[in-house]
Design a protein around this ligand. Structure first.
Ligand code: PLP
Length: 394
């Protein structure tokens, strides 16, 4: 029998893609640079708040050696339902409308598989968190990109979206605040997009993982709270960003019982349930004090100011980051591709930054810079960038 020849899977295709290859190449080079400062990563460097860690210790003492319901601990689903109602105006049924997942990443995969069938189309913002691309490809659905631009802070425009709707369109993906653009959808844009979803009978996946990380006067509105949207919105959230719990791998989906029932079935198949200890930590996170957040936001805000001042001195254009901990920068003035620029900044300046191609093929002139490093490191990285680019600006 000949060697098994599988068609290249969506995951392997993605790893073969230029943007992914470039990112891995940069990370490989970075490993050989001992004093490298990484402004590429997207996971918080700040610690998980102490009361959450204490709750996990108590849970371990009590015993966490059994699995939970595939939908998650009822205590956690109830805490999620209360949080969604209190903070987001979204009502979700803890019994049939919520599934706890192993990180937002798994939630993303499950939502896409539950909602999309082969040949379906989903409207996605360009640029975007490209893990969605693979999940959509695995569902054998088609991604239709909605262009955005830095000039208006990467807003989505319903009239542009409407021109892309076809009889196969099934779903809209919203990520606000956005990775990589840090744009926050304005209330008007959101209302217009939701009206479009209702008019064309589309579902919405709303990835709200950065909802708490907001700057200046930015405000987060959950689409699931708007009239007529509860029955067509799947809200995705997680604990990695707000509570600095990336390694705990905890997230959730909330939405209509039909979709969430399908999610629960798939969740059981993939990993049975999210880790029991992390789920108890999640209960403490959602029911405990939130005062750490204003302290953390002050830290992120100071770092953001350092980065933006540096970019202004360099004359770079960017969409003003209103959320998350990223800025998406137009680096075309330097006159080389963002990948070559990232390599230059890494090899000469010892700063690791990801080129925009990691967030969509159209973004070869853009860089995503993050600030999940201590303030002094961020400051040092910015001066290294300035020194490296001295005399190279177009
Ligand atoms: N959604 C978005 C937009 C993200 O940026 C990320 C991670 O960076 C995730 C989901 C997944 O996060 P996690 O699996 O850590 O919850």
């Amino acid at each position: 029998m000949g060697e098994f020849q599988a068609e290249l899977s969506p995951v392997r295709r993605t790893f073969a893609e230029e943007g992914t290859q470039q990112r891995y190449q940069l990370m490989d080079i970075a490993q050989g640079i001992p004093d490298v400062i990484a402004l590429g990563r997207g996971d918080p460097d700040l610690p998980t708040p102490g009361h959450i860690i204490e709750a996990a210790k108590v849970a371990i003492g009590r015993g966490v050696d059994t699995v939970t319901d595939p939908g998650g601990l009822l205590e956690l689903r109830e805490a999620i339902a209360e949080k969604l109602l209190r903070e987001n105006g979204v009502s979700a049924d803890p019994a049939r409308g919520i599934v706890v997942t192993t990180g937002g990443q798994e939630a993303m995969y499950l939502a896409v598989q539950a909602l999309l069938r082969p040949g379906d189309e989903i409207l996605v913002p360009d640029p975007r968190y490209t893990s969605y691309d693979v999940a959509i490809d695995m569902a054998r659905a088609r991604m239709v990109m909605v262009p955005t631009s830095f000039e208006d802070g990467f807003q989505l425009h319903a009239e542009v979206m409407e021109s892309l709707v076809t009889p196969r369109t099934r779903c809209i993906l919203l990520i606000s605040p956005s990775n990589p653009t840090a744009g926050v959808l304005s209330e008007q844009s959101l209302r217009d997009v939701c009206a479009l979803a209702i008019e064309h009978d589309l579902m919405v996946i709303s990835d709200e993982i950065y909802e708490k990380l907001l700057y200046d006067d930015a405000r987060h509105i959950s689409p699931g709270s708007l009239p007529g949207m509860a029955e067509r919105t799947v809200t995705l959230n997680g604990f990695s960003k707000t509570f600095c719990m990336t390694g705990w791998r905890l997230g959730y989906l909330a939405g209509p019982a039909g979709v969430i029932g399908e999610v629960r079935r798939l969740k059981n198949l993939l990993s049975i349930c999210a880790p029991t200890v992390s789920q108890w930590a999640g209960v403490a996170a959602l029911t405990g004090p939130m005062d750490f957040l204003s302290e953390y936001m002050e830290i992120y805000s100071r770092r953001r100011a350092i980065v933006l001042r540096g970019l202004d001195r360099l004359g770079f254009k960017y969409g003003v980051p209103m959320g998350a901990f990223y800025v998406f920068v137009d680096a075309s003035s330097i006159g080389i591709s963002a990948f070559d620029l990232s390599r230059l900044l890494l090899e000469e300046g010892h700063v690791l930054i990801f080129p925009g191609t990691g967030f969509g093929a159209n973004w070869s002139d853009f860089l995503r810079i993050s600030w999940v490093q201590p303030e002094e490191e961020v400051r040092e990285a910015i001066s290294r960038i300035e020194r490296t680019l001295e005399g190279r600006r177009g």
